[in-house]
Write a protein that binds this ligand. Structure first.
Ligand code: FAD
Length: 386
């Protein structure tokens, strides 16, 4: 029997690839192995669920069983791959060995938590990076049965989206971050400040320019001690301090990896023959974009390659739409530091253009009513991976 194509991971990258493959080849044996429940869900919707009061079940489009049936694949859930033997072409799962003909790693990225969470606070301090995490946080909110005081640590995309969403869902949100304004990696400071002001007008408390020192139990609360000596009391804490590509499997197998992910070329091929990677775990020709459009383009290109039509992936100038209804934000951050940011507009309606010395546009950020300029500016910006 021919060994199947095995995809490790059933997130948007793994399942997206399985769908694209099935559209081109209806018979090839495909196995997906995933450490989680294998539910087909849209991760971007996780940070919109609390405002809409969505229970976790409403976020899953279909169960693993339905997906396996629809696609004609084997989908092994709650199964963690522990090792890759490149020579024997097998995966290690406990005592079991799974043979692969070709292998795709779509293991995503995991929350990076840069401080220790005391064991006693396990049920109070959370990260939300998948549907199972959302289930746990949702259950903790439900168990409180009232408006919760939520401290969010980190003001990047994930922290800001959950801050806006939980606040819109009726909770008291405090946002803590060491930077002086929200979304420091997507927005130049004046636009970040505009977002911070919109958050404050929306009722949130911001503790910017200070970081978390310790977390401790304080009576029935969680005490969050900050670097300036101040303190926040919360019912629940949501940690959103960044994501790190899950490269451990690839690394221990000897594949080329780095801090930005598993190194792959534009055909999504790793340094080992027959082994590919895509999605949040993959650094494609030096770029790890970590959002949906790049992984969808990668899934389409890799499906062509794996069905006998070798194809390189191309990323366009695809702006990121940040889900902060208190102040709409769109950003296409430059891939290298700009010579300057040219900022226009008034109040919360701002346009920031990242330019080179010779005034070429290499990225932009928009807030408020200026987000409508996203298509026009994206057309004038070079592609992410051309
Ligand atoms: P993941 O979804 O992380 O999937 C990884 C899979 O690998 C999982 O199934 C996991 O169980 C499995 N796995 C890992 N290790 C193992 C192992 N050893 N053995 C077996 N299985 C394993 N992007 C946008 O473009 N627009 C948005 O609006 C947007 N909003 C977002 C909001 C939030 C809250 C977050 C967290 C992200 C958002 N993103 C957004 C980013 C986008 O969702 C991700 O880029 C994308 O979902 C990543 O998919 P993935 O399949 O690469 O990884």
């Amino acid at each position: 029997m021919t060994a199947p194509l095995i995809i490790v991971g059933s997130g948007m990258a793994g399942l997206g690839l399985a769908r694209q493959l099935r559209a081109r080849d209806t018979v090839r044996p495909i196995t997906l192995v995933t450490a989680d429940s294998g539910d087909d869900y849209s991760k971007p919707l996780l940070s919109t669920g609390f405002a809409k009061g969505l229970p976790p079940a409403r976020l899953a489009a279909r169960s693993a069983l339905e997906t396996a049936d629809r696609l004609g694949v084997v989908l092994r859930t709650h199964t963690r791959v522990e090792g890759i033997d490149l020579e024997a072409r097998t995966l290690r799962v406990g005592e079991e060995r799974l043979s692969w003909g070709e292998l795709v790693l779509a293991t995503g990225a995991a929350p990076a938590v840069p401080f220790t969470v005391p064991g006693t606070l396990a049920g109070r301090v959370f990260t939300i990076n998948d549907l199972d995490d959302y289930r746990r946080f949702h259950a903790a909110l439900e168990a409180l049965g009232r408006r919760a005081r939520v401290a969010i640590i980190g003001a990047g995309l994930v922290g800001c989206e959950f801050a806006n969403d939980l606040s819109a869902g009726g909770h008291d949100v405090t946002l803590v971050a060491p930077e002086s304004a929200p979304l420091p990696r997507l927005l130049p400071e004046p636009l970040g400040r505009a977002l911070g002001e919109a958050f404050q007008r929306g009722g949130m408390t911001l503790h910017l320019g200070r970081s978390l020192e310790t977390l401790e139990t304080a009576g029935g609360d969680v005490g969050v001690a900050l670097s300036d000596g101040s303190r926040v009391e919360a019912d629940l804490v949501l940690v959103a301090t960044g994501l790190r590509p899950r490269t451990e499997l690839a690394e221990s197998a000897g594949l080329e990896t780095g801090a930005a992910g598993i190194q792959v070329d534009r055909r999504l091929a790793t340094s080992a023959p027959g082994v590919y990677a895509l999605g949040d775990v993959a650094c494609v020709d030096g770029v790890n974009a970590m959002y949906v459009q790049p992984l969808q383009a990668s899934a389409r290109a890799l499906a062509r390659t794996l069905t006998g039509e070798p194809s390189e992936v191309v990323y366009g100038a695809w702006p990121i739409l940040v889900k902060t209804p208190l102040l709409p934000v769109v950003a296409l951050p430059p891939t290298r530091p700009p010579a300057r940011w040219r900022i226009e507009g008034e109040g919360q309606d701002l346009v920031a253009m990242a330019e080179t010395q010779d005034e070429r546009l290499i990225g932009f950020a928009l807030t408020g009513s200026c987000v409508r300029r996203k298509v026009e500016l994206a057309r004038a910006t070079p592609p992410l991976l051309g």
